[in-house]
Design a protein around this ligand. Structure first.
Ligand code: SF4
Length: 243
């Protein structure tokens, strides 16, 4: 798929629904060559519900960092049972985690941005690369409304960092629309959203947000705002935050 085709598709996708984009993507790439990368956020749960309505055999995978909140594991289990699906889970390389924790302890990410990036690379990026290397396209829940850095997220793009096409079917959705869909379709969601969490990642690196704080304030809260990144979504050499 070249740049002109991607540009043309983005134009066409401005006037079609998210499930039509998913329908097109599954047909174009084939169900074995495309997958939803889910962190079990409300966005990813919405897409999972839509995707399975398009094709029950659609692939869904997640990254089990080994440090997720119990509520996320519970949601994975609830989702598996509700939809009667299997969710592929990718784990960090045990020897890399062992070496890191032996040298720096289990909570090294609190000590410096470098340590935190090292932990995210071992627990998230490397397992993600493993799955993406088997695909022609991946599906994400990125939305333009989520942050300044995401304000121009397209529906479809070439993912330079991982070398495959990235589909963002709900790029133009707003948070209220997401919750409407979740409630109207009885989609299970992470119970931490009911406890003032607005973005949920690993347990030690996530806290609830206070009134007036940005949705990202609870992630890596001990770091400066501009340092917050996990490296999963990179565009033009810059990190586009997600989760
Ligand atoms: S979010 Fe925290 S615990 Fe999870 S991989 Fe990144 S630094 Fe490690």
């Amino acid at each position: 798929m070249n740049r002109d085709e991607i540009r043309q598709l983005n134009k066409e996708f401005e006037s079609v629904s998210a499930d039509e984009i998913l329908h097109w993507a599954l047909k174009y790439f084939g169900v074995n060559n495309i997958a939803l990368a889910s962190s079990f956020s409300i966005e990813d749960q919405l897409i999972l519900d839509m995707l399975l309505k398009v094709d029950k055999k659609a692939q869904i995978f997640t990254l089990d960092t080994g440090r997720l909140p119990q509520a996320t594991y519970d949601l994975i289990e609830i989702t598996r049972k509700k939809y009667a699906i299997s969710i592929e889970m990718f784990f960090p390389d045990a020897s890399a985690v062992e070496a890191m924790t032996k040298k720096k302890g289990p909570n090294s990410f609190f000590e410096s941005v470098e340590n935190r990036k090292e932990c995210c690379a071992i627990r998230k990026i490397e397992p993600l690369k493993k799955k993406l290397s088997t695909l022609k396209a991946w599906i994400t829940g990125l939305r333009r409304e989520q942050s300044e850095a995401r304000s121009d997220v397209p529906f479809i793009e070439w993912d330079e960092a991982f070398g495959l096409v990235k589909i963002n079917p709900i790029a133009d959705w707003e948070e209220l629309d997401i919750w409407d869909y979740i409630r109207n379709n009885r989609v299970p969601y992470n119970r931490l959203y009911d406890c003032s969490y607005t973005s949920i990642g690993c347990a030690p690196c996530t806290r609830p947000v206070k009134k007036g704080e940005s949705t990202r304030a609870g992630r890596w809260w001990w770091e400066n705002e501009e340092k917050k990144e996990c490296g999963i979504h990179i565009k033009d050499g810059k990190v586009v935050r997600k989760e």
